[in-house]
Design a binder for this molecule. Structure first.
Ligand code: NDP
Length: 287
């Protein structure tokens, strides 16, 4: 059967991504044999390339795309419309070309994270949460945990004013929760009593494999859930530190599956085959 419906991944680079394996397996399982998910590496220079790529989705008859580093915020000005959530977060990880040929931006990172936590029996309502980092994914998570009524949120970042900016805008939207920010410094980590601690920094990625945002002199509590958005490697130095304190640890593989499942549903209108997507990513990271 010929391919009639194409979706893909806009980013730079895209070669490391396992989304094509996961999404193509999902499309096949759902019987969408005339659909295909392709990597679309877009060079950062010259700057207009990403605009051309986004508008190219419509010109070439694509159904949509995922967006990854470094373009989640950069694509926003070139879209016709944003979902409420993407507008609040200010970043897009999913684009759909709708029936009127409009480019609509969504953000499924936050809900992907919440759904993975729910799979592990953790609900954020009334909980105290510490986010390390203040980049695009931190913004999506901060907005979503507050929308899910977490009680207290602290955001710590190397560049403190980025954490303060997020906290400032979210405080106004969610006045019933306490939202604070600070520097990524030992004294702040020592005071940490959060139920859930999340690494959204890039420390621990293959490019920085020995690094962790957590000070090695600070222990976690056994009762804490410690989550790293990074899934490759499966156990980062940050998660090793948490394991030594016997805290519960989770990596970002489940979030990858759930954010991808939501994107799949936005493009196809069908329920995503979650278990197949999970097996595909577990196999891909093992290979
Ligand atoms: P961004 O580039 O937007 O943010 C990176 C963050 O890392 C910033 O807070 C930055 O701090 C911090 N950082 C970078 N270097 C250092 C350092 N040397 N010391 C301290 N902090 C540092 O990235 P994203 O938010 O888009 O992604 C972050 C991570 O989340 C990545 O590892 C990504 O792979 C992962 N991710 C996983 C997903 C999943 O489905 N599992 C989905 C989305 C993201 P500063 O502001 O000071 O520069």
């Amino acid at each position: 059967m010929s391919v009639e419906n194409i979706v893909g991944l806009l980013g730079w680079p895209t070669s490391h991504s396992i989304s094509p394996i996961m999404q193509n397996q999902a499309l096949k399982t759902a019987g969408l044999t005339n659909w295909l998910y392709v990597p679309m590496p877009v060079r950062p220079e010259p700057k207009e390339r990403i605009k051309e790529a986004v508008w190219g989705l419509r010109a070439l008859g694509f159904k949509g795309a995922n967006v990854t580093v470094p373009y989640k915020e950069a694509v926003v000005p070139y879209l016709d419309r944003l979902s409420d959530e993407a507008a609040q977060i200010g970043a897009v990880n999913t684009i759909v070309v709708d029936e009127h040929d409009h480019l609509v931006g969504h953000n499924t990172d936050g809900i992907g994270f919440i759904n993975d936590l729910a799979d592990h029996g953790f609900l954020v309502a009334n909980k105290s949460i510490l986010i390390l980092g203040a980049g695009g994914s931190a913004r999506a998570l901060a907005y979503t945990v507050l929308a899910q009524k977490c009680k207290h949120l602290l955001i710590l970042n190397r560049t403190e004013n980025k954490a303060s900016d997020i906290a400032h805008s979210l405080k106004q939207k969610f006045p019933e929760s306490v939202v604070e920010a600070g520097p990524l410094a030992k004294e702040y980590l020592q005071k940490n009593k959060a139920d859930l601690v999340i690494n959204t920094t890039s420390l621990g990625l293959p490019s920085k494999p020995e690094e962790s945002p957590w000070d090695s002199g600070v222990a976690f509590a056994q009762s804490q859930v410690v989550y790293d958005l990074i899934y490759n490697p499966a156990i980062t130095p940050f998660l090793k530190q948490a394991e030594r304190s016997k805290a519960t640890t989770l990596n970002g593989l489940g979030m990858l599956v759930h954010q991808g499942a939501k994107s799949f549903e936005i493009w196809t209108g069908l329920k995503a085959p979650l278990s197949v997507m999970k097996s595909a990513v577990f196999q891909a990271v093992k290979d």
